[in-house]
Design a protein. Structure first.
Ligand SMILES: Cc1cc2nc3c(=O)[nH]c(=O)nc-3n(C[C@H](O)[C@H](O)[C@H](O)COP(=O)(O)OP(=O)(O)OC[C@H]3O[C@@H](n4cnc5c(N)ncnc54)[C@H](O)[C@@H]3O)c2cc1C
Length: 287
């Protein structure tokens, strides 16, 4: 077990790591890529940059700085997070646990743009198999997505019903799916159902009857993880207090995933506060 796990190696996650490392904590940073900075051609509005840096360069400097202070890095997608007195995080190849955890996963992932999706929110559309799967025991369900996270959600649902289909909505499937799970790659045209979701119609006019559609596009977001372990969220944003503490003791959040001004300076500041708050929490636990 490590002291602190940080999900995300963008400005918020790295800033949090620097403060925790300097307080002599054992820190593991789990990040699948460099996040939003990968798309920023030139950062010119961050303190101390007399000449602009590309987002990729700035991110690499941060990662090198945290590595030099002793941070462990795991470059994988986080698929699951649990809390049983300690935080337990799963990737495809590893299970890690810690006394405290900081979510710094950036802004929320895509919600999907199939016509009719908004109308069925809370009426058959879900963003969390562990939270809502129980309502669909033995029923036909589908998972929207094409990657590791979609496969993870589909496997969670297999424990509840044997009728699970992954819908890639025209995307190529990126993972190997066990034979118990059906896969349909045809693009989805629309959803249907009178009061509650009853099914989907595809571009080739074929139909699939489902009572539940679990959206798992891209990677799980901070809000997805927070909901799983019972932390308060406001839509796609994590609710935090002035110490970046969520409603679950030991769980902190920082950066774009908390909403507000989506800028490097803000992410770095929130990361610093989250790192210091996590250190205080860990020290109290060790007493
Ligand atoms: C095109 C563009 C230009 C921008 N230009 C500027 C600018 O000029 N100045 C400025 O101040 N800001 C700019 N920004 C905003 C800035 O990039 C963000 O505010 C900042 O990067 C947020 O930091 P963060 O650490 O909260 O999230 P991010 O930098 O997005 O980092 C999120 C991290 O979480 C990881 N992650 C997410 N989900 C998972 C998962 N399930 N498993 C594992 N890892 C996960 C990602 O891999 C990544 O490491 C720009 C953004 C964009 C998109």
């Amino acid at each position: 077990m490590t002291d602190l796990i940080i999900i995300g190696k963008g400005p918020a996650g790295i800033s949090a790591a620097l403060y925790a490392l300097r307080a002599n904590m054992k820190v593991t940073v789990v990040g699948k890529d460099i996040g939003s900075l990968a798309q920023a051609h030139a950062i010119e509005n961050y303190y101390g940059l007399s000449t602009p840096l590309s987002g990729t360069e700035l991110a690499q400097i941060g990662v090198n700085q945290a590595k030099a202070l002793g941070a462990e890095f795991l470059e994988e997608e986080v698929l699951d997070l649990d809390f049983n007195g300690q935080f337990v995080l799963k990737t495809k190849t590893a299970t890690l646990s810690s006394k405290a955890l900081i979510m710094a996963t950036g802004s929320a992932r895509k919600k999907g743009n199939i016509p009719g999706m908004v109308d069925y929110e809370t009426k058959g559309i879900s963003y969390c198999a562990v939270c809502d799967g129980f309502f669909y025991r033995g029923k036909d369900v589908a998972v929207l997505g094409s990657g590791e996270y979609a496969l993870h959600e589909a496997k969670e649902l297999l424990a509840i019903t044997e009728h699970v289909t992954i819908l890639t909505n025209g995307e190529p499937l990126k993972v190997e799916v066990p034979s118990e799970i059906k896969v349909i790659e045809t693009p989805v045209k629309k959803l249907f159902g009178e009061f509650h979701l009853e099914g989907l119609e595809f571009k080739d006019d074929s139909q699939l009857n489902v009572s539940g559609l679990f959206v798992a596009l891209g990677s799980a977001s901070a809000a997805d993880f927070a909901r799983k372990i019972g932390a308060a969220v406001d839509g796609s944003k994590i609710n935090v207090d002035a110490n970046m503490q969520t409603s679950v003791p030991g769980l902190f959040a920082a950066g774009d995933c908390t909403g507000g001004t989506l800028q490097v300076a803000v992410a770095v500041g929130e990361g610093a506060i989250a790192g210091l708050s996590a250190v205080k929490h860990i020290r109290e636990q060790k007493k």
